[in-house]
Design a protein around this ligand. Sequence first.
Ligand SMILES: O=C(O)CCC(=O)C(=O)O
Length: 199
Amino acid sequence: MTDLFDNPPTPDVDWYPEWLSRAQSAQALARLTDEVAWRQDVMGTPAGRVPLPRLTAWQGEPDAVYVYSGIRNVPQPWTPAVAELKAAAEATSGARFNSVLINRYRSGTDSMGWHADREPELGKEPVIASVSLGVARTFDLRHNRTGVVQSYSLKGGSLLVMKGDTQAEWRHRVPKEPRVSGERINLTFRWITPRPAGR
Ligand SMILES: O=C(O)CCC(=O)C(=O)O
């Protein structure tokens, strides 16, 4: 117990608050808004199917297929601005990525609930590079065993690389912040075990 208070857990992340310049970040936001095929997905709840509180897109290599709720999701091809951000995130993190989940938060009432990126196709200790563009939003990481919360303000142009046991030991979320106006786009670049066609 003493050890917990003396040494609270910290997530295994690398944090680059000013990864892109303001100009690069504004340009990337405008390009992505325009070039990405945004989808309004729905989720099942006890009250029925409701729209996700954000727009999404999934891009990557054709064999970077992920199966979610029994549905086989083949990514859209990389678009130019996303491919440029992927190359830059690979250079900084030293990891390789073959897919990206892109989330568009239209205002502070859009959000993402507590979860961990733990699908088997991500492997045991996935490196996930999270690029943020647009308005700053709170990003909370909560340690599973202790409940310790570590919060970041993910401002436009920042990069947060999650690695090691971060997905196994922590959950994360983007809470609603009704007082925030303005859009934010977040890209989480990942490596998914490639799946040959038909599997
Ligand atoms: O928008 C964010 O910062 C987080 C996105 C996220 O949790 C995810 O892609 O799994």
